[in-house]
Design a protein around this ligand. Structure first.
Ligand SMILES: [Zn+2]
Length: 190
């Protein structure tokens, strides 16, 4: 049950990333969260890239996004002046995979706050593929096991169990009844 829930969650998440990534080719998708006044986390899908970035400051701050979420500017909550600016470069003009972890502080202003910037960006299909590897392998394994059982063989190793009375596969030691419960065969009417 847990395994099944994990597989469904993995496939679901892969589909969400895939769809948002596709939309991102036509218009940027941006979701921002501020769990604390000095912490901001956001996801940004654009041009086939997904960015998950996190900004943390020692003081409460505001993150301002330009139209289209290209130019990003950080200012302190009680100030009008931005103290850090950066932009989301278009896909193709930068390495598609990056793990970022920077500490930024204005050189000419020792009183300026320190901004911690960390996160990652990747092509959308990388997380999609990673999330799908396990479900695809599990589905293939289940298919093979059911096929073996239908043929009267051990679900684990494929050994022919015709005439087996012990309930244990003599080849690999698998519990035949446990496997029968794990890979039930649909009742077929002809
Ligand atoms: Zn076996």
């Amino acid at each position: 049950m847990t395994r099944r829930a994990l597989i469904i969650a993995g496939v679901g998440l892969a589909m969400v990333i895939f769809v948002l990534g596709l939309i991102g080719y036509f218009m940027p998708v941006y979701r921002s969260y501020a769990p604390l006044s000095n912490l901001r986390v956001y996801v940004h899908f654009a041009g086939g890239l997904v960015r998950v970035y996190c900004l943390r400051c020692d003081q409460p701050f505001v993150l301002e996004e330009s139209l289209g979420y290209v130019n990003m500017s950080v200012r302190l909550a009680d100030s009008n002046r931005s103290f850090y600016r950066y932009y989301h470069a278009p896909a193709g003009s930068l390495p598609p995979y990056a793990w970022l972890s920077n500490k930024w502080q204005a050189r000419n202003d020792p009183t300026a706050p320190t901004l911690h910037f960390f996160g990652f960006r990747t092509w959308i299909w990388l997380p999609v593929l990673l999330l799908l590897i396990h479900p695809i392998l599990a589905a293939a394994r289940d298919r093979i096991a059911r096929h073996r059982r239908r043929a009267g063989c051990c679900a684990a190793c494929g050994y022919d169990l015709t005439g087996n009375e012990s309930g244990v596969c003599p080849e690999c030691g698998e519990d035949v009844h446990a496997n029968a419960l794990r890979y039930p065969l649909a009742d077929r009417t002809h």
